[in-house]
Design a protein around this ligand. Structure first.
Ligand code: URA
Length: 285
């Protein structure tokens, strides 16, 4: 079981076309014709995803199968661009969705091994998406995946801009990992390995690189700082040196730390950490 910690009308007919709706307002623009769209325009699938708390795939599928009505008309193109201020009603399977923008929030989640960072997975019921839905996190997603067998800090947020900043390699937000292998080479050899990792390692078509590495703690672990967020990057870096990672724990993302959070716990960020995250993402001075 996972714990949430306390803290502070059917068919009005197919749309006649995407260019006008009942309000008589120019509401929708077909995909590819959005060069002049305003900042309040949003793809229909994104609106449905956010307000109904669905995965991107599910939102697109439901729109495509005619389950979404906009201002009383079925609209089946998930990629239509919609001017927010012209939406009077948005319904999913006949149920009205909120049109208000949500307040942005961030929570720390201590992901245990076994949970898959996916909204839906036909082969695994133990997904982060299921946990979010069952706990009322509508419109939330995680900023940065962890492998299913990895554990540690995952940030949950309904702020898409924050997800972009925390996960895109261009922003170089530092993440710290504790890495365990069955038997580490001697310290001098590990220092050489960390130096090579700092210079960068060609793996597949990518260059993997760490910011810093050191040995620490009991049981002994490698403490690695990375700033890119490529798939399986820690395991790939270690496998380059024939070292098999048997336990991987993320302990920090930028200024946010895992410490004090029990496995499976979800806790809202305290105001001081929100402020340091805002400074990192440039939201506030
Ligand atoms: N690197 C990995 O190999 N796995 C993760 O889950 C995160 C970083």
């Amino acid at each position: 079981m996972y714990k949430l910690a306390r803290s502070s009308s059917r068919d009005s007919g197919r749309s006649a076309g995407p260019f006008s709706v009942d309000l008589g307002l120019p509401l929708l623009y077909p995909y590819g014709m959005n060069e002049n769209k305003s900042e309040t325009a949003v793809r229909l699938w994104r609106m449905v995803q956010t307000q109904a708390g669905l995965s991107r795939r599910k939102a697109q599928e439901l729109i495509g199968s005619g389950e979404v009505e906009l201002n009383g008309r079925i609209v089946d193109d998930p990629f239509l661009s919609v001017e927010k201020q012209t939406i009077a009603t948005l319904c999913l399977r006949g149920h009205p969705l909120s049109l208000c923008d949500p307040e942005h929030r961030v929570y720390r989640y201590h992901k245990p091994p076994g949970v898959l960072c996916s909204h839906d997975d036909p082969h695994c019921g133990n997904t982060a998406g299921r946990i979010l839905r069952s706990e009322g996190f509508i419109g939330y997603t995680w900023a940065g995946r962890l492998d299913q067998d990895a554990e540690g800090l995952v940030l949950l947020t309904n702020d898409g801009g924050l997800v972009e900043i925390l996960t895109h390699p261009r922003y170089r937000v530092k993440k710290v990992y504790h890495v365990f292998v069955p038997r580490f080479p001697p310290i001098r050899e590990m220092k050489r390995i960390f130096s090579e990792m700092q210079r960068g390692i060609e793996e597949g078509n990518e260059r993997l690189r760490i910011v810093a590495g050191e040995m620490s703690g009991r049981p002994l672990r490698a403490v690695l700082t990375l700033a890119e967020g490529k798939k399986h990057e820690v395991k790939r870096l270690f496998s380059h040196f024939n070292l098999k990672v048997i336990r991987l724990r993320r302990v920090a993302i930028g200024p946010v730390k895992l410490s004090g959070l029990a496995p499976e716990e979800i806790v809202r960020l305290d105001p001081a950490t929100v402020a340091s995250l805002d400074r990192l993402t440039g939201k506030k001075p």
